[in-house]
Design a protein around this ligand. Structure first.
Ligand code: ATP
Ligand code: ZN
Length: 294
């Protein structure tokens, strides 16, 4: 029983769906139903602890969970707000739920840069990260903590500016606000503590992170197949983005042409294909890669 790896994930919200999707891509089979706190993974000895994102770092730190998936913004905030710190660190970045913690104010108002914050009030749900920023930049301003709807603060005169998460900026704009400074860039992260796992849990962890890394790598990776004259292969190999030595296969019939196949671990754009064509490549195919195990 205790040899099942327990991962704390957000039950419901902006992180939840992407966290579940990533774990499913890693081959974990589970269903999230009803109000349960624990979802049992059917095919791997893993349990998912379904909680509010703010609780995830402390669950990992105290050992209530072995791992957690949360926004880096939440991890940093919780660590800063816990007296004496917290035994929770980033194991690896997961590439989804990207957002920024920004300072924003009325687009036509008196606050246009962080210099203008002196002596003002800033509304935020991130007093820890904001307080650290103000201290490091020697700005004397008061942070007003709110639990939500921070973007309303300026219009109801609670504060002159806000410090809030931004992804597209549409919410800010809808409230007549504009961001003037980014104080933290965030994405979902896998969180662990410094505690050692039992050998059984270590095995489950090793297998899981190998799969996570495979999912992360395959996200941008493509398999490229093309035909080319032999003497163009060197130039073509140079263009293929993020690939090791491509596979070269002779083509039956035409002795001058070869087939070139390669895994490209970086983005393949239309421009890349044009460059390949200009270098002599023909019949270029770009295929998605579903899984990768290094
Ligand atoms: P909970 O009920 O779990 O406490 P919450 O309301 O605090 O949920 P969500 O709004 O679901 O949290 O956001 C969870 C995380 O998703 C954020 O901490 C952040 O890391 C990430 N995120 C990604 N895009 C955005 C965005 N546009 N706005 C806010 N958070 C975002
Ligand atoms: Zn939350």
């Amino acid at each position: 029983m205790s040899d099942r790896l327990r991962i704390a994930v957000q039950k419901k919200g902006r992180l939840a769906e992407d966290s579940f999707a990533m774990l499913k891509k890693c081959g974990l089979r589970f269903s999230i139903r009803g109000g349960g706190l624990l979802a049992r993974v059917k095919n791997v000895p893993v349990d998912l602890l379904l909680v509010r994102d703010d609780d995830i770092p402390s669950f990992v730190a105290t050992g209530a969970a072995d791992l957690g998936i949360a926004g880096e913004n939440v991890l940093v905030e919780e660590v800063l707000m816990t007296a004496g710190g917290m035994d929770a660190v980033i194991d690896r970045r997961l590439g989804f739920s990207r957002c920024k913690l920004c300072l924003a104010a009325d687009s036509n108002g008196p606050i246009q840069s962080s210099k203008d914050l002196e002596g003002t009030k800033i509304a935020t749900t991130y007093p820890g990260v904001l307080g650290k920023y103000l201290k490091e930049n020697n700005i004397k301003a008061t942070s007003v903590e709110m639990k939500g709807a921070v973007e309303l603060a300026p219009s109801i005169n609670i504060a002159e500016s806000i410090c809030d998460l931004v992804s597209s900026g549409a919410t800010l704009e809808a409230n007549g606000l504009a961001a003037f400074e980014t104080i933290l860039e965030s994405e979902a992260v896998l969180i662990k503590s410094s505690r050692k796992f039992s050998p059984e849990k270590q095995d489950i962890y090793d297998k899981l992170v190998r799969r996570i890394d495979g999912v992360l790598r395959s996200a941008d990776s493509k398999y490229i197949m093309l035909n080319a004259p032999k003497d163009a292969v060197a130039a073509i190999s140079e263009i293929l983005p993020g690939s090791d030595a491509p596979t070269i296969i002779p083509l039956g019939g035409d002795s001058d042409l070869v087939a070139v196949q390669a895994v490209c671990t970086e983005n393949v754009f239309w421009d890349t294909l044009e460059d390949l064509k200009a270098a002599g490549a023909r019949s270029i195919l770009v295929l998605p890669i579903e899984k990768m195990l290094g």
